[in-house]
Design a protein around this ligand. Sequence first.
Ligand code: NAI
Ligand code: MG
Length: 481
Amino acid sequence: MPKFEYAPAPESRAVVDLQSSYGLFINGEFVDGSGASFKSISPATEEVLAEVSVASDADVDAAVKAARTAYTRVWSRMSGADRGKYLYRIARILQERAREFAVLESLDNGKPIKESRDVDIPLAAAHFFYNAGWADKLGYAALPGGANPQPHGVVGQIIPWNFPMLMLSWKIAPALATGNTVVLKPAETTPLTALLFAEVCQQADLPPGVVNIVTGAGPTGQAIVDHPGIDKLAFTGSTGVGKMIARAISGTRKKATLELGGKAANIVFDDAPIDQAVEGIVRGIFFNQGHVCCAGSRLLVQETIAEEVESRLKRRLETLRVGDPLDKNTDVGAINSKAQLDRIIALTDVGEAEGAERWDNGCELPSKGFWFRPTVFTGVSQTHRIAQEEVFGPVLSVLTFRTPQEAVAKANNTPYGLSAGIWTEKGSRILWMADQLKAGVVWANTFNQFDPTSPFGGYKESGYGREGGRHGLEPYVKGTH
Ligand code: NAI
Ligand code: MG
């Protein structure tokens, strides 16, 4: 297949005004942390972008106290309509500053600008708009508490590095709309857009203490989890840390929602339009370098078309452009961190050792930074670790099936249950499959589509609670998790 040559088309970095160091955002102001600091780098170049404070236990305590004061004195007394005004204001500022956020997200995270510009940031703004709309209508949202649902108070929120701004919006927008105040910790490899968001809170004149941003790694997260002044926790990240959080709060009054990992099946039947399915497979697992909890990391393809799908898929993958995240033509960016790259390498080595057949698209990779070629394993069996464990990288495992029953059994044969995809012309089969699949989200003839009005969340070890839609408000009012 002929490959097209593309001239470099880099997005300008000039729109981002990076400071050399950042403090913590507590009570509406940036303050120096009392602990050490760490560096956030660009995973595409290993360039240091900024020094960021590590929030100590004392800093977390100050943030929780600020959130409590803002809750009792201001936010819980404000009408829903007024809270909504602040959320609309934040949403509009995010739209106005979208390019700045997109460039900073791609710099700090390594994801292609095409995605941060067209998916992450617009969706983050959309979540604020959507939840702003609910703020004065909570009595009509069929929430616990009926006509007068009550917030928990102070919410601790811990988010991962794969969609930094989008996860921030999933967490902060519904919490604020329902009348809670928050202490949020971004991930240690991607803190910069959360700190830029703190500036947006100032720009929107959000009352001090309603949103507090503390940076740091696991110990800072743990300090939030353990703080007695936290009423509710919301976490997105690994199943391991999710389980630790669930254990840490058992026997306390704290509520929690956990959005954890996944090992989604993307199921292609022999009547599916193959070229469209191939696009959906690519979107399912190579979007955001495969750092997606609901990624379609297991392709289940009907045996009769397996060979054809595999060959068309590989041909398509050879056209993917891997490289500079800020280049507008880039399809696949950098792996988020050295640690994540090491995990991907280790697990794919196991895949080979266990007997699956490994293929990659052979593309050239930049000499600096963290990179991994789009990779496909065929001849994968259900017991292989690459079929059971989350790789969280651009790695697809291909399995085959003969009947719809077999597809369902294989799709459900995982400790996770976050998402699934079905490709077929038959509407009745879509409905039957969706009913059988133990997954919180089931896409039909598409994959990785997100919308703020649609609830998202998992079964089994993928966690509990829903984010997005009316359901996403529920965990933030009393009477639920
Ligand atoms: P992680 O679960 O350690 O990190 C997620 C967040 O939790 C970060 O903000 C981190 O600082 C915080 N954290 C870490 N330890 C904590 C603790 N003891 N208490 C409170 N907060 C804590 O995830 P990690 O190590 O970055 O990635 C490991 C694997 O987890 C990935 O390979 C992937 O399989 C999975 N993962 C899943 C995500 C999802 O969206 N479901 C997101 C990130 C990772
Ligand atoms: Mg970074």
